[in-house]
Design a protein around this ligand. Structure first.
Ligand code: GLN
Length: 564
């Protein structure tokens, strides 16, 4: 029987519920348990595909092409698993399933209602995920973490809270526990840690019929013992059920902190984990993983030499828009023994127009770009900031600064190369200028022209290194493999008509799809590191296994690539 750990939130959102949920998973993996995760997003969108990164952060893409909430990325990285679109439940998905059944006549004349039909559909969905094999072993997960988005008391999340209330009885006491993540703010000049918001949110939770097994209290400084006692007393839980999780140096410390505070012991007893069968190999693998994890947390704090990457994008006001790129850079910097500094540059600020309207911003942005050890142009949509990105790519190409262009960033590198090396001054992408006379980036023929939702080229696909590319730097970074699998999310591609000219001038398309006609990796000759990839390598990075392309960028930026 799968054990379920529901993670709910109180007081406000954005206090690290996802990190606590994924750290709980990491903690349980140290016992050798197989862990999966579900993120519940109580919005009506079917998936995150059409949500603005500036409102909601990055859209994460899974192997099966699911466009999901960025928390799924957290789970994949922390738990080292590969999830599928059903691991992200939204109100939209649940309602459309129920409405489809209603139209089919499955409810046999009944009135279809939130309770029981929506709440049943939610519970069935959760059980379906827990029954799915977690990896190639074909085994089901031992533990399923269910993160409830939003905060308890929201109108949107009410059906999900009710579903979980019922679910605790469906699966039984030994198989269900709940972590409620709350905030303990500091107010006033004396710096007192206030418990009232936590008390009130626990009251809301209890009012909805759920009891917290652990109250994870987020605070900036370690929680005062008196405050901890007070929370235990007034939230009606034992002192050991108050888990104080203060801000730490990095997210990698959170599982360690939770362990230190006795969370693992708590789960062992509360969920009777010792009754689960765990093979010796699994147990040893769990122990080894925990050791590596602990080392990683410490080494992250001890890095001295820095490496600076300029991230030139169009959603830089919200760093969560690039969370996976950020994590991929962080993992790679750890693998290269460098402390990472990111200069967030809004691409439009590099453009000539800003020189007139805001000269300080313009010069600061160029200063940041010119002083960086490497340049990264990530994915994006629409034409704002495009000219700024092209200028950044030109700077990197001409000054032999390491450059990585991801998806849109690769298309930018191609446009820049066409304009400034191949004598095509008008070159552009059909996405950015639909009337362009020289489209070097074109719409892919198979993509829908009428529907935007889930219609891109999405998910895991093979890329083949072309014959004669044995000396390619990217290929070497991938251990000389001939075929690699990466995740995609795009509608436009390099125009095949110009590929021969680009290659002749030195921009080689070393990786292509299985037809050989879709350009997936571009690599510039005679440059220390100038790479474009149509796929998104950031979706497959792991803390203990940095992605080879990002590792290459960081090695090049910290001048270690030659030595490797
Ligand atoms: N807008 C570009 C396309 O659709 C790039 C997409 C991306 O960067 N994810 O092809």
């Amino acid at each position: 029987m799968t054990k379920y750990i529901v993670v709910s939130g109180g007081v406000i959102s954005g206090i690290g519920k996802g990190v606590i949920a994924s750290s709980t998973g990491a903690l349980l993996k140290s016992l050798g348990l197989r862990v999966t995760a579900i993120k519940i997003d109580p919005y009506l969108n079917i998936d995150a595909g059409l949500m603005s990164p500036l409102d909601h952060g990055e859209v994460f893409v899974l192997n099966d092409g699911g466009e999901v909430d960025l928390d799924l990325g957290n789970y994949e990285r922390f738990l080292d698993v590969q999830l599928s679109r059903i691991n992200n439940i939204t109100t939209g998905k649940i309602y459309s399933e129920v409405i489809e059944k209603e139209r089919r006549g499955d409810y046999l004349g009944k009135t279809v209602q939130v309770v029981p039909h929506i709440t049943d559909a939610i519970q069935n969905w959760v059980e379906r995920v827990a029954a799915m094999p977690i990896d190639d072993s074909g085994e089901q997960p031992d533990v399923c973490i269910v993160e409830l988005g939003g905060t308890v008391g929201d109108i949107e999340s009410a059906p999900f809270v009710e579903a979980m209330r019922q679910f605790q009885f469906r699966v039984g006491h030994d198989n269900f526990c709940l972590i409620h993540v709350s905030l303990v703010p500091v107010v006033g000049s004396v710096g007192e840690q206030k418990t009232k918001p936590t008390q009130m949110s626990v009251r809301d939770l209890r009012g909805a019929g759920l009891t917290p097994d652990l109250i994870a209290c987020r605070s900036s400084k370690p929680l005062d013992e008196n405050v901890q006692r007070k929370i235990s007393m007034f939230c009606h839980v034992a002192p050991e059920q108050v888990l104080a999780v203060h801000d730490v140096a990095s997210v990698y410390h959170v599982p360690l902190l939770m362990h230190e505070k006795g969370a693992l012991e708590f789960f062992r007893k509360r969920l009777n984990l010792d009754a689960l069968t765990i093979s010796k190999e699994q147990r040893l693998a769990g122990e080894a993983l925990w050791k590596d994890w602990s080392k990683l947390a410490v080494s992250h704090d001890r890095l001295l030499d820095t490496v600076t990457i300029a991230l030139v994008g169009k959603y830089t006001d919200l760093h969560d828009s690039y969370i996976s790129v950020y994590k991929a850079l962080e993992h790679a910097s750890l693998a290269c023994n460098r402390k990472l500094t990111i200069k967030w540059i809004e691409a439009t600020d590099l453009e000539d127009g800003v020189l007139k309207s805001n000269p300080i911003k313009f010069h600061e942005s160029w200063q940041a770009l010119c002083s960086a050890d490497g340049v990264l142009v990530p994915g994006g949509f629409g034409n704002r900031g495009i000219e700024g990105m092209i200028l950044a790519a030109k700077w990197a190409r001409e000054n032999k600064i390491p450059y990585l262009g991801i998806c849109l960033g690769m298309q930018i590198a191609v446009i820049e190369f066409a304009r400034h090396v191949c004598g095509m001054p008008e070159a552009n992408s059909a996405e950015l200028d639909p009337d362009t006379k020289t489209p070097v980036i074109v719409y892919m023929p198979e993509i829908s022209k009428t529907h935007l939702g889930a219609t891109m080229r999405l998910g895991l696909r093979p890329t083949l290194f072309q014959p004669g590319t044995e000396s390619s730097l990217v290929r070497k970074l991938y251990d000389n493999k001939v075929e690699i699998d990466e995740r995609y999310r795009h509608r436009y591609e390099v125009n095949l008509d110009h590929v021969a000219l680009f290659e002749e001038k030195g921009l080689k398309f070393v990786g292509r799809d299985d037809t050989g006609e879709r350009m997936e990796i571009a690599e510039l000759d005679d440059h220390p590191f100038f790479i474009g990839c149509q796929y998104h390598p950031e979706y497959l990075t792991r803390p203990l296994r940095a992605h080879p392309v990002f590792k290459g960028l960081l090695l090049a930026a910290s001048r270690q690539l030659d030595q490797i």
